[in-house]
Design a protein around this ligand. Structure first.
Ligand code: ATP
Ligand code: LTN
Length: 333
């Protein structure tokens, strides 16, 4: 059985993009796989995080994914920094990955922006830590949004080079599980940019903890164009904002974008937006309520994460020890 691993950064409140691109798939995979889900706090600090905000966001992220349906009793939910094997394996991978590979990473280019010299070294080697997250468990199936495709390819490059350099088929091949619709939910303000929990504008995204009023208001104000919805997807090509809203509706109703157009063709956004807002609000209402309920007991949340970390470490430690032995590092004990 393929082992599943995925991670999410506690860099804010999870968004509808995180849900439709990743978390919903995590929930679906639980039935037939052994899964590890990780709140990747070490990834989050590659850009500045206020310490008390980070603690809050880590707990809130754990509460949110449980509210979405992740079951920490059947599977493993934990925070990355509590399992030292991630950082230890990442160091070894820093020595396997090539600068040329990292230089091609589009996420680094996007996140470092114009002043690349001022970006942290951590942001640059971020993909090596992500490879370590997955490979420390010999996980082979990784449910992520489309923006992570390049990082999964890099993880495979690292695994292959490691196996080649040390002469053993030790790390397995990783497969990304990327949804067909909603693989990339776009900002409500700019249909060419990804919806992101760390975007400075709260109006650009739907948070999983938004109440119905703010959902309705954000969708009403979402950028669109004056034309009605067309009959074919091809006609949405040059209308990124319209295409994004149709994609969100399709993903929420488990339909195809073509189905959505069949239903709404000829109607303007005055009709489509309220229908979409209702759909989003319906999906998020129970998630928001459960997140708030879980957040009321941070002692229980913290204890749950620590218990998850102990179970995760029991899998990762032996794999790390074997990796160290292959590299030629003397055993510590
Ligand atoms: P940040 O804004 O801090 O970079 P993020 O919102 O992009 O964060 P991550 O924690 O980096 O989210 O990603 C968690 C998961 O959600 C990943 O699998 C990622 O591919 C997915 N994801 C993030 N944003 C979107 C989106 N807009 N559409 C679809 N999937 C997404
Ligand atoms: N880089 C991912 C988050 C992440 C991740 C992982 C995803 C860190 N480690 C391991 C899958 C598997 C992102 O969403 N930006």
């Amino acid at each position: 059985m393929a082992r599943v691993f995925s991670g999410i950064q506690p860099s804010g409140v999870p968004t509808l993009g995180n849900y439709l691109g990743a978390i919903r798939n995590w929930v679906a995979l639980q039935d037939a796989h052994d899964c590890l889900f990780c709140v990747v706090d070490l990834h989050a600090i590659t850009v500045w995080q206020d310490p008390s905000g980070l603690r809050q966001a880590t707990r809130e992220m754990a509460a949110s994914v449980m509210a979405c349906g992740i079951d920490p009793a059947r599977h493993i939910l934990f925070h990355q920094s509590a399992v030292p094997a991630h950082a230890e394996l990442a160091w070894i991978f820093n020595c396997v990955a090539r600068l040329g590979w990292l230089n091609r990473m589009t996420q680094f280019k996007d996140k470092s922006g114009k002043d690349r010299e001022a970006a942290s070294a951590g942001l640059y080697v971020y993909p090596n830590l992500m490879a370590a997250d997955i490979l420390a468990y010999h996980a082979t199936l990784v449910p992520v949004g489309d923006d992570q495709r390049q990082h999964i390819e890099l993880a495979n490059d690292i695994a292959q080079k490691f196996n080649h350099d040390y002469g053993r088929e030790f790390f397995p091949l990783i497969e990304a599980a990327i949804p067909v619709t909603s693989a990339r939910v776009m900002s409500l303000r700019d249909g060419t940019r990804k919806m992101s929990k760390s975007d400075p504008s709260d109006q650009s995204r739907i948070n999983l903890t938004d109440d119905t009023d703010s959902i309705v208001q954000k969708i009403r104000k979402a950028k669109t164009d004056p034309a009605p919805l067309p009959e074919t997807l091809a006609e949405l090509e040059a209308r990124p904002e319209a295409r994004n809203l149709v994609g969100i509706y399709a993903a929420l109703t488990e339909a195809t974008p073509e189905d959505v157009l069949r239903r709404f063709a000829g109607q303007g956004f005055g009709q489509f937006k309220p229908a979409l807002a209702e759909c989003v609000a319906e999906t998020l209402r129970p998630i928001r309520a459960e997140t708030l309920r879980l957040m009321a007991d941070t002692t229980a949340l913290d204890a749950g994460l620590r218990a998850g970390a102990a179970r995760a470490a029991a899998i990762a430690e032996p794999i790390l020890r074997e990796t160290q032995a292959l590299v030629g590092l003397l055993p510590a004990r």
